[in-house]
Design a protein around this ligand. Structure first.
Ligand code: CTP
Length: 404
């Protein structure tokens, strides 16, 4: 059971927050509500107060518990703060650290993890300032949950809806469980590689790949949320990287640099997760000057040589480490993934079919099959990459407990 502060702000989806509050209570959580002025126009504080058996915070000067300053008492009580729904205005306040009403003041005073469920008109959501504010929240370590597409209150369709109540509750529940189990990986060192490697052809060109780093970064965030120490070895990524005192970031470009970084951190690692998309070949020579077009020359050939297989190297070096690889396949998913498990001496392979629409590189969702030694494959449903990462972390925690 967690102590959850639900912040309801001025979005028409506020009425759904009542059901969210109710469902969280059904799951055994202690819930207190904070409403902005506009939210009070949409849902009465009296309803929420009688459901939660706690006064709703609407006024900084309302009578306090045990003589404490009310917003500080509530901020300190909070184990998880959830803004649902989050209006564009409230998101802007959060992104800028404003504290000009009871809700923003209490949230600013809260040290607990924060989740934000934006819900607004699609044009408001797409506005560059809202997008900038949301990116700022992600950079500040706030979990921002993607709004859904569908019919908006305005009567037309677009992206900006609050996801359905069961989905909202599921996400909050997952976060609450992580918090309650925080510390389960406190003595565990993870080495996680993310993104794509780039092999230079000359000072301006390289051979690269489509990896965004989303899956690997989601895994790193999941490990950090359970209290693990993470060495994050990042190639080229298009997502923001976690900022945490427990996350040691090593930036690399080539496979060789990534291999060296893994080698340097592997001896003290408990778990290695090779989520990076690593180049299998690199140019034999990288020109020191830009390769120029030559008159009359129609074709160019590059001589490629194999790179080091980092996962295989780790599979050979491992002593007590749990070594996990990925298999991105377009054909014969299970056979290829099984072969990688054996040939690379990995303990687990996360296999995904990158030819399927909506679950490949750069997308927000993934559908994976987990292959392990001496266990049947686990087929997980299509879900967000963060949900895959959280489920993977729960599996790793179980394996650690069993002493793999
Ligand atoms: N990998 C690695 N070093 C390489 C190539 C791949 O460590 N030089 C790792 C990847 O990070 C991933 C796993 O091996 O965890 C499988 O990568 P994948 O690209 O799917 O397979 P390959 O081994 O490259 O085999 P193929 O290209 O034949 O599919």
């Amino acid at each position: 059971m967690a102590r959850i502060a639900v912040y309801i702000t001025g979005s028409i989806a506020a009425y759904k927050a009542v059901e969210v509050v109710r469902a969280l209570q059904h799951r055994g959580h202690d819930v207190r509500v904070i409403e902005t002025k506009s939210a009070q126009q949409l849902v009465g504080a009296a309803t929420l107060a009688s459901l939660t058996k706690h006064p709703v915070m609407t006024d900084l000067w309302q009578p306090s518990r045990n003589g404490q300053v009310p917003h500080i008492e509530l901020a300190d009580w909070t184990q998880l703060a959830v803004v649902v729904p989050a209006s564009a205005d409230f998101i802007a306040k959060m992104a800028n650290g404003l504290a000009d009403d009871p809700a923003s003041t209490t949230l600013l005073a809260t040290a607990a993890p924060k989740m934000v469920f934006p819900a607004m008109n699609n044009h408001m959501l797409a506005n560059p300032s809202t997008q900038r504010n949301l990116r700022q929240l992600v950079d500040d370590g706030v979990a921002v949950i993607e709004p859904a597409e569908g019919l908006l209150a305005e009567g037309y369709s677009g992206k900006g809806r609050l996801p359905e109540v069961p989905a909202v509750v599921e996400q909050i529940q997952e976060k609450a469980e992580q918090l309650l189990h925080h510390g389960e990986l406190a003595d565990t060192n993870f080495v996680i590689t993310v993104g794509g490697t780039q092999e230079p052809l000359d000072p301006v060109r390289f051979i690269g790949n489509r990896s965004s780093g989303k899956m690997g970064v989601a895994i790193a965030r999941a490990a950090l949320s359970y209290g693990a120490k993470v060495t994050l070895i990042a190639g080229n990524v298009s997502v923001s990287l976690p900022k945490s005192v427990h996350c040691h970031l090593v930036r690399v470009q080539t496979t060789e640099e990534m291999a060296r970084a893994v080698q340097n951190s592997f001896a003290t690692a408990d778990v290695l997760i090779m989520a990076a998309a690593v180049a299998d070949f690199k140019p034999r020579h990288s020109a020191s000057h830009k390769v120029k077009k030559q008159k009359g020359r129609q074709d160019y050939q590059f001589d490629l040589v194999p790179t080091e297989d980092i996962l295989k190297m780790a599979g050979k070096m491992k002593k007590r480490q749990l070594v996990i690889g990925f298999a991105a396949e377009t054909d014969d998913l299970l056979q290829n993934a099984q072969r990688k498990l054996e040939q690379k001496n990995a303990d687990m392979i996360v296999a995904n079919d990158v030819s399927k629409a909506g679950i490949g590189f750069a997308s927000d969702d993934n559908q994976v099959t987990i292959l392990q030694r001496d266990a049947d494959p686990l087929n997980w449903p299509k879900q967000s990459k963060q949900a895959v990462a959280n489920q993977l972390m729960a599996l790793i925690i179980n394996k650690i407990k069993e002493g793999w």
